[in-house]
Design a protein around this ligand. Structure first.
Ligand code: NAD
Length: 359
C-alpha cells in the first residue's frame, strides 16, 4: 500500500501508528483535517484482515468525521482511531491504557469516543491516561449514551423532509418503516409514535423487535420485507450500505432518512434515489447529534448550547435540500458541498463515502 499516495488523494494531515508488545496493542489514528479544530472521532476495534484493511478503514472514517463536524457547525476536525483485534477476545485494560498513552502523545490533536467494538467503560479506562476522550461515565461528568441524542437529530431530519416534500408539520398518520430497533431505532420510534406516525419495524434481534412492538404497538415485519413496504419514510437504523444494487429498485418510500452511517453502498446509489424521485436525507447530516453530544462534553458546552445545535439539524437538513435543488445535484452531494464550503476547500472534492465494512 502506498500510504503517502492514499493520504494525498484526500489531503490527510497525519497518520499515526502505535504498537505495544506487552499488551498486544496495534493501533492507528488518522487525522484528516483540523481546519475547524482538533480532530474528534471514535475508536473502532475490529479484527481487520490485515494492516492494509485497517489503514483503509481509518482513513475513510476520519474523513467522514471531518464532513460530519463541518456540517454540524462544530469547531472540530475529523479523525478516527482503529485498534486491530477482536474486541471479545483481544481487549484488555492494559491495552486500553496503552492506547490512552498513544492518544495523549498527540497532544490533543485527536480526541476519541466510543465506536464499534468499544464502549463507555473502555473510554473510562482510556481516560486514566489522557484527557482527550469523550463519552465517559456520566457519574464522572461524561455525557454517557449518545443514542437518544442521535435519535432526536434523525427525527428533526425527518420533520424537515416531511415539511419540505409533503408540506406538513405533522407526522400524524404517516407510514414509517424502521430498520433496526436498537439504541437509536427504539428512541426514534418513541419520538415518531408520540406524533402519531404509523410504524412498521424490523430487526434481526427478536428481543429488540419485540420490545419495540410491545412498547409502541409497532407492526413487526421480517428483515427482508422492510425494503418492499409501501411507506412515506424508510428509516435505516441498523447497518450501512443497505441502499445497494439489491435494494434500491425495491424501495417504494418517498423519503429515506435514518441513523445508519454510510447508508449508500456507493455514491451511484444516491444518484439512483435522486433519479427515482426518492428524497434522501444524507446520513451524516441527520445522525450528527451523537457527535454533537460528545463534542459538547469536550468543549464544555452548556446544556442549552447542545440543545441549540441539536435543533439546528432541522435547518441544516433544509439547507442541504435547498442546495440540492439549486445546484441540481443529489442530496448526498449537496451535503458534501456544504461541508466543503465550511472547510474553505475549493474544487470538486469527492464524497468521504465508500463501501461500508461494518455497521
Ligand atoms: P445498535 O447496535 O444498538 O442497533 C442496531 C440494531 O440493528 C440492532 O438491534 C441489530 O440487531 C439490528 N440489525 C442489524 N442488522 C440488521 C438487519 N440486517 N436488519 C434489521 N436489523 C438489523 O446500534 P445503534 O447505536 O442503534 O446504531 C444504529 C446505526 O446508527 C448504526 O449504523 C450506527 O453506526 C449509526 N449511528 C449511531 C449513533 C449513536 O449515537 N448510537 C450515532 C451515529 C450513527
Amino acid at each position: 500500500m502506498n500510504i503517502f499516495t492514499s493520504m494525498a488523494e484526500h489531503d490527510y494531515e497525519q497518520l499515526h501508528f502505535s504498537q505495544d508488545g506487552k499488551t498486544g496493542l496495534r493501533a492507528i489514528i488518522a487525522i484528516h483535517d483540523t481546519t475547524l479544530g482538533p480532530a474528534l472521532g471514535g475508536t473502532r476495534m475490529w479484527p481487520y484482515d490485515g494492516e492494509r484493511e485497517a489503514v483503509t478503514d481509518v482513513l475513510r472514517l476520519a474523513r467522514g468525521m471531518t464532513y460530519k463536524a463541518a456540517v454540524a457547525g462544530l469547531p472540530l476536525g475529523g479523525g478516527k482511531g482503529v485498534i486491530i483485534g477482536d474486541p471479545a477476545w483481544d481487549k484488555s485494560d492494559g491495552m486500553l491504557k496503552s492506547y490512552g498513552k498513544f492518544i495523549d502523545s498527540l497532544g490533543g490533536r485527536y480526541i476519541t469516543a466510543e465506536d464499534v467494538g468499544t464502549s463507555q467503560r473502555d473510554m473510562d479506562i482510556i481516560r486514566l491516561e489522557t484527557t482527550h476522550v469523550t463519552g465517559y461515565d456520566p457519574g464522572q461528568g461524561g455525557n454517557g449514551d449518545p443514542s437518544p441524542f442521535t435519535a432526536r437529530g434523525v427525527y428533526y431530519g425527518i420533520k424537515a423532509a416531511v415539511k419540505k416534500f409533503m408540506g406538513t408539520e405533522s407526522l400524524k398518520g404517516l407510514q414509517v418503516a424502521v430498520q433496526g430497533t436498537g439504541s437509536v431505532g427504539l428512541n426514534l420510534c418513541r419520538l415518531l409514535d408520540r406524533e402519531g406516525a404509523l410504524l412498521r419495524v424490523t430487526d434481526i434481534n427478536a428481543g429488540a423487535l419485540q420490545r419495540t412492538a410491545g412498547e409502541l404497538g409497532a407492526v413487526p415485519v421480517s428483515p427482508g420485507e422492510i425494503y418492499d413496504l409501501d411507506c412515506d419514510i424508510f428509516a435505516p437504523c441498523a447497518l450501512g450500505a443497505v441502499i445497494n444494487d439489491h435494494t434500491v429498485s425495491r424501495l417504494k418510500c418517498g423519503i429515506v432518512a435514518g441513523a445508519a452511517n454510510n447508508v449508500l453502498a456507493e455514491e451511484r446509489h444516491g444518484e439512483e434515489l435522486h433519479r427515482r424521485g426518492i428524497k434522501y436525507m444524507p446520513d451524516y447530516v441527520i445522525n450528527a447529534c451523537g457527535l454533537i453530544n460528545v463534542a459538547g462534553e469536550y468543549l464544555q458546552y452548556q446544556g442549552s448550547d447542545v440543545e441549540k445545535k441539536i435543533a439546528q439539524i432541522y435547518d441544516t437538513a433544509l439547507e442541504v435540500i435547498a442546495i440540492s435543488e439549486r445546484e441540481g445535484v443529489p442530496a448526498y452531494r449537496a451535503a458534501d458541498m456544504l461541508a466543503e464550503a465550511r472547510l474553505g476547500r475549493t474544487g470538486p472534492v469527492p464524497s468521504p463515502r465508500g463501501v461500508q465494512k461494518v455497521g
